[in-house]
Design a protein around this ligand. Structure first.
Ligand code: PLP
Length: 389
């Protein structure tokens, strides 16, 4: 049995996904398919490296030396053809903490920041919790695909004197992997109006066939000087509990205040195990990642076929991520009723579409990074419940 087919018991591992079911969904019978981690073991090389490091037994403060920087440099070059200077790297325990600190370091109270909705819920919080204002550029949904409304994008920037744009690429939850043309168009508008780009690219390696991830900062030197890119091996290799991420900033005028903020918050260092895992994953994880993407593609096709066949749910075709955005509006339910239906009748634990913004009403998000047996169970529960209602 491969690590992608084995159903490994996660209950009892202090798993957010599996050990909070009763608390969040009011019943242990609910199958959790929500928070974005995977039900797969990490690459063997990562497990071996962690085991070896654990056996040493001393876990003092640990440095991210040039070997770690070298693995990051090589990864970015190999995966996206992006050549960076290792001096551009900063570290942080997570992309969400990074965004909180970047917003505080590079914008002021009362500033307006732009996001493209529906979007990953912490994007609202990293703005609002620091007394900045959310400005939304709503993504347009037509023919099973989300597109950018550029006119609105520019108008919102001009009307609100927007200081920064938080980009999500690939986009969670709508699954778009923005193309070079789209990225260039957004970047040009940002450059024209002096808007900083904070680019969350945590899903950058989770790209399905026929699509390619491009870091927005890699498009031109001019764009890179305006951009801060947040990346991490944790989503790619299922290491979220190890908390290791990094930020790439080519412009020293942005990097300096940002680094000062990271230091002031005591968030500039990684933990021993996170560093070990990052290095092993980037050095030896590529074959595992290739296999993972095949599994996700296969799972996506399976879920899409059976959910679409209900004629009441439409799976938004994802280009990246392992998260399916389900358009359930044909079910004709009020949003709260839809949530209750999935939880109480179908007994699956999905993410509430409305938590991604008002545009997410009538939608739910489903995590398909699980063995086929788990996916089949989840999809069957939904299909059966929809057919019987
Ligand atoms: C777009 C996006 N950014 C950030 C995160 C979380 O990042 P971290 O765990 O590094 O804080 C997620 C997790 O799902 C995500 O989807």
């Amino acid at each position: 049995m491969s690590r992608f087919t084995e159903v490994r018991e996660r209950t009892g591992t202090r798993s957010v996904k599996w050990d909070m079911t009763e608390k969040l969904f009011k019943s242990n019978e609910v199958l959790p398919m929500w928070v974005a981690d995977m039900d797969f073991q990490a690459p063997q090389a990562v497990i071996d490296a962690l085991t070896e490091r654990a056996a040493h037994g001393i876990f003092g403060y640990t440095i991210t030396d040039e070997l770690v920087e070298g693995t990051i440099y090589e990864w970015l070059k190999r995966q996206y053809g992006w050549t960076i200077d290792t001096k551009w790297i900063s570290y942080s325990p997570g992309v969400v903490p990074s965004l909180h600190m970047i917003v505080q370091a590079l914008t002021k109270k009362g500033d307006n920041l732009l996001i493209q909705t529906p979007v990953y819920p912490p994007f609202y919080k990293v703005i609002e919790q620091h007394d900045r204002n959310v400005i939304t550029n709503k993504l347009m949904y037509k023919d099973n695909r989300y597109e950018i409304d550029y006119e609105d994008f520019e108008n919102k920037i001009v009307e609100n004197e927007v200081k920064a744009f938080i980009l999500c690429n690939p986009h969670n939850p709508v699954g778009r992997v923005w193309t070079e043309k789209e990225l260039k168009k957004m970047a040009d508008i940002c450059l024209k109006h002096d808007v900083l780009i904070f680019s969350d690219e945590i899903h950058s390696d989770l790209v399905l066939s026929g699509h390619k991830h491009l870091p927005i900062a890699s498009l031109s030197e001019e764009i890179s000087k305006k951009t801060i890119t947040c990346l991490s091996p944790t989503k790619t290799f299922n290491l979220a509990g190890l908390q290791a991420s990094y930020v790439v900033t080519a412009n020293d005028k942005l990097k300096k205040p940002m680094d000062e903020m990271f230091h002031a918050q005591g968030m500039h260092m990684l933990n021993t195990m996170g560093i070990t895992a990052l290095e092993a994953a980037y050095k030896h994880g590529e074959a595992w990642l290739k296999e993972l993407l095949e599994v996700i593609e296969d799972n996506k096709n399976f879920a899409k076929k059976y959910l679409n066949e209900t004629d009441q749910i439409e799976v938004v075709e994802p280009e990246g991520t392992y998260l399916l955005w389900l358009d359930c509006r044909k079910m004709g339910m009020e949003h709260d009723e839809l949530k209750r239906f999935m939880q109480e009748t179908a007994k699956v634990g999905l993410n509430d579409g409305a938590s991604f913004g008002i545009e997410g009403e009538g939608f739910m998000r489903m995590n398909i990074a699980c063995p086929k047996a788990t996916l089949e169970e989840g999809v069957n529960r939904i299909v059966k419940a929809v057919k019987n209602r």
